[in-house]
Design a protein around this ligand. Structure first.
Ligand SMILES: [Zn+2]
Length: 105
């Protein structure tokens, strides 16, 4: 495996293509701080949105207690508290990239 030769950003793209992962999962997989992952994700969102062949997917945070889903939220970080029940038990947002499996058909 030549993963070491890839940049952190390339590795994140690789790890979320075709699946969904949270920034914590990515931090563990790639072994960089979660804050750094979030930084890279911000740039990845921009570059993927310019790319017509791929689509960035955001699976929003949800309250584990009352089920409130943070649909309005486009930020990449986990909200600290549920606006409905005040629970702090919030699932992290997860990210993915949808890419066609065979771009040339
Ligand atoms: Zn709640």
């Amino acid at each position: 495996m030549t993963a070491e030769e890839l940049t952190v950003r390339q590795r994140i793209v690789q790890e979320i293509t075709g699946t969904l992962r949270s920034s914590r999962q990515l931090a563990e997989l790639i072994r960089v701080p979660e804050r750094e992952i979030e930084d890279h994700l911000t740039h990845i969102v921009k570059s993927v949105s310019r790319d017509r062949t791929r689509r960035f997917v955001l699976d929003p945070s949800a309250c584990q207690r009352c089920g409130f889903v943070f649909r309005e939220r486009s930020r990449l970080r986990r909200p600290s508290r549920c606006p409905r029940c005040r629970s702090e038990n919030i699932s992290p947002p997860r990210f993915g990239i949808e890419a066609p499996s065979s771009p040339r058909g």
